[in-house]
Design a protein around this ligand. Sequence first.
Ligand SMILES: *Cc1c(COP(=O)(O)O)cnc(C)c1O
Length: 261
Amino acid sequence: MSLAPEQSSAPAATAAPLTDLRERLRNIDLRVREAAVAAGRPAGDVRLLLATKTIAPPVILEAITAGFALIGENRVQEVVGKADELTAANLPYECHFIGHLQRNKVNQVLPHVTCIQTVDSIDLAERLQAWLDSSARDLDVLVQVNVSGETSKSGLALAEVPVLLDAIAGLPRLRVTGYMTIGLNSPDVAAVRAGYRSLTAFRDDALARGIAGAEHATELSMGMSGDFPDAIAEGATMVRVGSAVFGSRPPIVPETGTSTG
Ligand SMILES: *Cc1c(COP(=O)(O)O)cnc(C)c1O
């Protein structure tokens, strides 16, 4: 796949009044479809997940009403805090957890989500399995991979992923449906794309070799507001877009309760 020249990134995020929300959603949806087609795939091949951290339920409900019913939250407090208001509207939607999950918060978050995109340790996987057992429920998960090697980022190095997959293969309530990564934060598009490409290659290889735990692992959750067309060009099946739809966010305050359980 060619590395250059690349399409421009997303427009700079600015405040988004509610009246503009539908237009922004339509615009991002169109760009996602165009990027899929440009990559030789069907227009509907890539799912758009709205990253709704810091966004209030009425705005999220507006997006869901507009037909964008897959949301992602990255703090347990927000998942729990918004759940009542979101479910009260009686509109079908799906919430994935996309932040770092502390093991002691598994029981709080699981009732409200259909997928944990950030599984990166055997210990966390075992905690999930234990809760799921007690609730007689199964769960889709993604394994979070750190393709950039930046120490600030969660996720396993690619070389560590097979061991986790093997462990999850022994946890019958968990089904690995793919991989998630947060790309390299850099203006060097070739380097960003190389990271995404490495995850696509890993997925393809794991499927081809039929390695344990990876039998259903087809999803690639990668790409955000600034680089989702690049991620789609490299094989993303799901992009996580926040600021390009909702406008820029206030700074993130650390989540209370620092125990790692
Ligand atoms: C916030 C967030 C996003 C979306 O980021 P934007 O740059 O606002 O599109 C994607 N993935 C994760 C894990 C996030 O926390």
